[in-house]
Design a protein around this ligand. Sequence first.
Ligand SMILES: [Mg+2]
Length: 341
Amino acid sequence: MNKRTEIATLGEFGLIRRLTENIEIKNASTVKGVGDDAAVLHYEHKEVLVTTDLMLEGIHFDLTYAPLKHVGYKAAIVNFSDIYAMNGKPQQITVSVGISKRFSVEDMEELYNGIRLACDIYGVDMVGGDTSSSLTGLTISVTCIGECDKDKIVYRSGAKDTDIICVSGDLGAAYMGLQLLEREKALSADERDFTPDFSGKEYLLERQLKPEARKDIIEMLAKANILPTSMIDVSDGLSSELLHIAKESNVGIRLYEDRIPIDYQTAAQAEEFNMNLVTAALNGGEDYELLFTIPLAVHEAVSALKGISVIGYVTSPNLGSYLIGRDGGEVPLIAQGWNPL
Ligand SMILES: [Mg+2]
């Protein structure tokens, strides 16, 4: 039996102390972290970026297959990803959780271990937060503060006619991972001694349960002196993110179906599930890749970078937004979001 300490034995202040002890401040912009009524931050000659994300048990994560440490890691990562999508650097987070009686002190330590691991890897300070008891389930809200030079911020609204559309990594794997986990959950509910076999599918699970934010891509673009004209992270699906850029930039989009980067495991799983692979890659969310546009003039420079695919181009707004199929036919891009097929 694992050790179980009821949260009531520590009380709220005791719990916060336990979860936030020994935090070492990493960033000069953090003047005061946990331990006073408010954190104190100082940003010299920088623009300050703020983003927040709310995750509810049963809606955004399922603890029957997602370990608490991974849930914590992901809660932090999705916020970092939004800061990178502005071309910024995440600096601080605050973490607020609502906890039902089902959870013990050890459970909360697992959750915070995940959050702190993400902070250590991405160089972010946890500077505050709140905990409260809740009637049911687990709720996590993370707010992230980031910084960027004023002239380096990349908005969704900067794409121009003739720009090239690029995306990092590959798409659809997180969605396939979710389908896989949901299927195994349904199977294991029927069978008592069911042991799922995920061999050969590790990448899909990792993409769903423990995604990464593309700090490396932001650093690589900066090093190559390439400033995207517009950018967004792929949290809801490629289609809907492209349409956000189209709308905010007042442009049209041409996306080539055969250019969408898809991992081998994603393709194999789509086949096993008899699902349309392109639909999954277009509409499956949670990949946390970066989707951005660049001027035609730097096309060659971007093509030389590893881990970035050129997937289409920007047109004038009157030409609309379309997917160009393998046969050359054009289908309107629609924001299908999360509805599975
Ligand atoms: Mg976003």
